[in-house]
Design a protein. Structure first.
Length: 461
């Protein structure tokens, strides 16, 4: 019997999905490049970003977007990481670094910027496809869709449920826990600690400084600047500083008002002495102002800086005087003494977190022993170089007790031939709430400046 032929119906194959080449927008690509350099290769955002933007042909609007995205993401990445960790199937600390950085950028656009959620997600996924590949981009897509299902306020409510107060504020205000603890040691009250943490998350606009004898505060105000509240030299400016003639001609500079106040107070205290030394002068902000005041008042000025690169920067901005390139601890070999010395020592820098947001993630409590040892040795050197009757200023850009109050009390114990003198007579008249145990401690949330510290000593024998 003949068998009938059995036909198999062949269905037309479904078309393969077309692979679309990723087309991320240039501003986000550039933002991720800078973020990666800062987070993975120890670059500083305030140095790298202006350079990268200067080399790009993007318009001002795009440059503004990149600036807000980069600084903001670095500043708030502690909070972003906590939120992302709540939806990640893997422990967040074990997630690929590329995914982490792209997801942080996406989270910042979703929660902290005026970017519509759908645009923030799709543009960030497009960036991920280009930079870290399709499979990782799929994971980024899933993460961003999950976190954007809740509003920023809903996430805040979850953060508020964290039981430990230090951890809760660390997540809420995106600071490491050790800095939150240090603030509690100093400020005591939870409400004031929160004000201080909040202030560190508000971007600071550039503050200009006039260098007496070369420019004036009035000149900066005439250019549209607004006079600083406490410093007699400064003005805040909305202009791009490098486009201001006085700065291009090196007659004025860019310097936080807190640093200007340190230079001013030291100079007023030093006025009765004929020779002044800046022991740790690089990169030259305070040295430029102090040397100008010294020159106007007929004082001899010397700047010392251990780094040759930074010493060159000092040379370019001081009004007068020699620049030495030495370790500040070894200056006794020069057989010179001075009537007034400022030691603005290397420190954790946690007083300038609004200007240098990466410092909060880069510094660790384990940095403190090495730094405090160096600070003590530099202060000892200054106290050994100053004449009898001379003044030493000890300054840090950190409010941390180990770098401020503890250093002062330790120095007084080590050196029976010195006494601490109060900064009060030398402060700007309208500066209030800035004196602790005779020393000056500025705070960003109280004074609108970096949290600078300055103690004054007099050598009595």
């Amino acid at each position: 019997m003949a068998h009938g032929s059995c036909k198999v119906k062949v269905l037309p194959s479904s078309p393969k999905p077309q692979f679309r080449k990723p087309r991320p927008d240039a501003p986000r690509v550039l933002a991720l490049e800078v973020l990666t350099q800062v987070n993975r290769h120890d670059a500083y955002a305030n140095l790298l970003l202006p350079k990268v933007l200067g080399q790009s042909d993007l318009d001002q609007r795009d440059k503004g977007f990149i600036t807000e995205l980069v600084y903001g993401t670095i500043r708030m990445q502690g909070r972003h990481d906590w939120i992302l960790s709540q939806v990640s199937e893997r422990p967040w600390e074990s997630v690929d670094a590329g995914i982490v950085d792209v997801a942080r950028l996406g989270a910042h656009q979703i929660f902290e910027m005026r970017v519509p959620v759908h645009a923030a997600v799709s543009a960030t996924v497009e960036l991920a496809r280009k930079v870290i590949g399709e499979s990782k981009a799929t994971y980024v897509n899933a993460l961003l869709r999950k976190i954007s299902a809740k509003s920023s306020e809903e996430w805040d409510s979850l953060i508020d449920e964290i039981a430990d107060p230090i951890e809760r504020l660390a997540v809420k205000y995106s600071h490491p826990e050790w800095i939150v603890s240090a603030y509690f040691d100093l400020l005591r009250e939870s409400e004031e600690v929160q004000r201080a943490l909040r202030a560190n998350n508000v971007p600071a606009s550039p503050t200009l400084v006039s260098w007496p004898g070369r420019s004036t505060q009035e000149e900066l105000i005439a250019l549209g600047g607004v006079a600083t509240e406490f410093s007699p030299y400064g003005a805040s400016s909305l202009q791009i500083p490098t486009e201001i003639d006085a700065i291009r001609q090196r007659r004025a500079g860019i310097q936080d008002e807190g640093s200007q106040i340190v230079a001013h107070v030291f100079s007023q205290a030093a006025m009765g002495r004929s020779s002044w030394l800046d022991l740790c002068a690089g990169p030259g902000g305070k040295a430029a102002l102090i040397s100008s005041i010294a020159q106007l008042n007929g004082k001899e000025f010397v700047a010392n800086e251990v780094s040759p690169v930074r010493a060159k920067l000092v040379e370019q901005v001081i009004a007068q005087g020699e620049v030495w390139i030495e370790d500040g601890r070894d200056l006794s070999e020069r057989n010179r003494s001075f009537g007034a010395i400022i030691a603005d020592v290397p420190c954790t820098g946690i007083g300038a977190l609004r200007r240098r947001p990466e410092v909060r993630w880069r510094r660790k409590p384990s940095d403190l022993p090495g730094l405090t040892k160096l600070q003590g040795e530099l202060l000892d050197s200054a106290l050994g170089l100053v004449e009898i009757g001379g003044i030493v200023g000890y300054a840090t850009c950190s409010p941390h007790l180990a770098e401020t109050k503890v250093q002062v009390s330790s120095a007084l114990k080590r050196h029976p031939n010195i006494r601490q003198i109060s900064v009060e007579p030398y402060l700007p008249k309208n500066l209030e709430g800035a004196v602790v145990n005779g020393a000056m401690q500025l705070w960003t949330h109280r004074h609108g400046t970096d949290a600078m510290f300055l103690a004054l000593f007099e050598r009595v024998s």
